[in-house]
Design a binder for this molecule. Structure first.
Ligand code: SAM
Length: 241
């Protein structure tokens, strides 16, 4: 039976309680540091308030403060990862280089930058510009140049296409940047084995936790916002053992 342990607090605080070398995969989607950038650009912010991450308020740090927060996150990440453990960090494409620089300072081995393509993105301002339908994910390993890679003999591309999270995945409440479970399951299955442990320090609505539990992996999830934490808890509890 797989265990799930969830914390409603700042992730650095929770990570400090985890044992050295106890995590096989960190699968996470931290703030992208786009809040202030987007505020200066969006023409239709009021209409989109309900479901737009800029309005949610958790991505408003200056670049310098965001860099410090990512520094602390990677410092704790390398302490808790096993040798040969992996990290998948979702990121806005324009921030990938900054992210890799910070990760490498902590000894992570950079492997791949891949793309998640959303087949049905929100058509925001579709008559004014190219609709954003992509996010990057960055793959690192720790202490070894390869880790678990369950490709079952297939060629796995660095370009993954899925729909956005379906309504059924939002029945306990909405999160503005909720990842579909199918996407998270892909990484859980390729990068870990049954019975291993996945950590998501920025779990939002808990999609990584649902993916881990569905695949018989242990999960540790952290979310600072109480409303999102409740959504994540209910979604993960709902998955049958
Ligand atoms: C990009 S969202 C993650 C969405 C998630 N992947 C999902 O599928 O719902 C980032 C989340 O990190 C949370 N967060 C921001 N700073 C945090 C911190 N210091 N510790 C824990 N959670 C934090 C935010 O509240 C937000 O829900």
């Amino acid at each position: 039976m797989a265990d799930s342990i969830l914390y409603n607090e700042d992730c650095i605080r929770s990570m400090k309680r985890l044992a050295n070398g106890s995590i096989d995969l960190i699968l996470t989607d931290p703030p992208y540091n786009l809040g202030n950038f987007m505020k200066g650009r969006d023409t239709n912010l009021k209409k989109m308030r309900d479901n737009f991450f800029v309005a949610a308020g958790w991505d408003n740090l200056s670049f310098e403060d965001w860099e410090k927060s990512m520094d602390s996150f990677f410092e704790e990440s390398v302490r808790v990862l096993k040798n040969g453990g992996a990290m998948i960090v979702f990121m806005a494409i324009i921030k990938v280089e900054s992210l890799i620089k910070i990760a490498e300072r902590h000894g992570l081995y950079y492997k791949t930058t891949g793309i998640w393509h959303k087949l049905n993105p929100m058509p925001r301002n579709m008559n004014l510009h190219f609709v954003n339908s992509t996010e990057a994910w960055v793959y690192f390993t720790y202490k070894k140049k390869t880790g678990t890679f369950n490709n079952d003999g297939k060629v796995l591309h660095d370009f993954i296409e899925t729909g956005v999270a379906a309504n059924g995945e939002r029945k306990f409440g909405k999160h503005p940047t909720q990842k579909p479970v199918q996407l998270m399951e892909f990484f859980v299955k390729v990068l870990t084995n049954e019975g291993e442990t996945v950590l998501d320090p920025f779990m939002g609505s808990g999609s990584a936790g649902v993916a881990a539990k569905l695949n018989n992996r242990n999960f540790i999830g952290v979310e600072i916002n109480e409303d999102y934490f409740q959504i994540a808890t209910r979604r993960i509890q709902e998955v049958k053992e």
